[in-house]
Design a protein around this ligand. Structure first.
Ligand code: NAD
Ligand code: IPM
Ligand code: MN
Length: 352
């Protein structure tokens, strides 16, 4: 375990601000881990003319885990789509084949009253969204903006899922549920979409094949969006495709108090590096002010320690320290407090 390496890709906006604090925490908590750094997103575009350079991707393939801050910002709004910061994020997800994106929505006891929902609806909330990350409209072909046969301009994408794509992410959702309450709610729009109907059929087949002990239910994505704010504690694991998983995880983040609290882990095949990033973006509206909440980034480090680096004890200690700091009243602005990004990390380090 002595020579583990983690690649840090801070990215844009608040990405470097929250990454600096995650690194500080890591250097105290797991001082033997080596760090390399690289560029992604707009930062990479500015330097290399591409949001994800081949050499960076190659480097990412050969480390134990990758931590990514966030990408994007108004500066690159007019850049061609395939060169936009977001394309760099999609390229590294696809390039590492990290098909299972775990987005836990856990409400720390100290934050129950920071949520926009009532205490009794939120208290004890602990759900996991398993979002498929390398398929769906994000990558489906054909896509484009062009002119149809009648001369009308049009824009289109393709929602597409194959059997292996659904099977492998369903397996991950079942494995995770087995360590939890054993319940998986699969989400799609099988009432209107062929890819949604296929998703439901495939998940049902997978359940019959390797879903022993799992209680599987299905829900339309729109109903799930509603249920998430009506009674979120009914969920244990939510399994969703790329697009619905994206939307539902932003929604779930607000249950926990702030999008600045939500980490994620993106996993591929065993033995390949995982990619760890906050659910939030580069937050251009607060970038440069030093007020971003670093918890989502620090908790993404916690997930890396747990899921890629085999450091369960360090992960437990870090998770407990975040909880303790919050109990002690540490709050950034998004949580109703006035601590800076660095001040929040100080509070977590003090609790370690
Ligand atoms: P965003 O998540 O960046 O910001 C949404 C709101 O949440 C903003 O008001 C922001 O200030 C706030 N916020 C986000 N993170 C916060 C934090 N850690 N602490 C305190 N407040 C926080 O989403 P957006 O504004 O829709 O997108 C901005 C840019 O980020 C876009 O270019 C978008 O494509 C990109 N983006 C990137 C990622 C990623 O890198 N994984 C994810 C989402 C969006
Ligand atoms: C996320 C983001 C990304 C996504 C964008 C920035 C490409 O919203 O990580 O949730 O849609 O997956
Ligand atoms: Mn998103």
């Amino acid at each position: 375990m002595s020579s583990q390496t983690v690649l840090l890709l801070p990215g844009d906006g608040i990405g470097p601000e929250v990454m600096a604090q995650a690194r500080r925490v890591a250097e105290i908590l797991v001082p033997d881990i080596k760090f390399e750094t690289g560029l992604v997103g707009g930062a990479s575009f500015d330097m290399h003319g591409t949001p994800m350079a081949d050499e960076t991707l190659e480097k990412a393939r050969h480390v134990d885990a990758v931590l990514l801050g966030a990408v994007g910002g108004p500066k690159w709004n007019n850049v061609a789509r395939d060169k936009r910061p977001e394309a760099g994020l999609l390229a590294i997800r696809k390039g590492l084949d990290v098909f299972a994106n775990l987005r836990p929505a856990y409400c720390f006891p100290a934050l129950v009253d920071a949520s926009s929902l009532k205490r009794e609806i939120i208290e004890g909330l602990d759900l996991m969204i398993v979002r498929e990350l390398t398929g769906d409209v994000y990558f489906g072909e054909p896509r484009g903006i062009d002119v149809d046969d009648e001369g009308y301009r049009r824009g289109y994408d393709t929602a597409l899922y194959t059997h292996p794509e659904i099977e492998r992410v369903t397996r991950v959702a079942f494995d995770i549920a087995r360590e939890r309450k054993g319940q998986v709610c699969s989400v799609e729009k099988s009432n209107v979409m062929e890819s949604g109907l296929f998703w439901r059929q495939e998940v049902t087949l997978a359940h019959a094949e390797f879903g022993a002990g799992i209680e599987l239910t299905h829900m339309y994505a729109d109903a799930c969006a509603m249920e998430l704010v009506r009674a979120p504690k009914q969920f244990d694991v939510i399994l969703a495709g790329n697009l619905f998983g994206d939307i539902l995880s932003d929604e779930a983040s607000m249950l926990t108090g702030s999008i600045g609290m939500l980490p994620s882990a993106s996993l591929g095949s065993p033995g390949t590096p995982g990619l760890y990033e906050p659910v939030h973006g580069s937050a251009p509206d607060i970038a440069g002010q030093g007020i971003a909440n670093p918890c989502a980034m620090i908790l993404s480090l916690e997930m890396a320690l747990r899921w890629s680096l085999d450091r369960e004890k360090a992960a437990d200690a870090l998770f407990a320290a975040v909880g303790k700091a919050l109990e002690n009243g540490a709050r950034t602005k998004d949580l109703g407090g006035d601590l800076s990004t660095e001040g929040m990390a100080d509070a977590i380090i003090a609790a370690l």
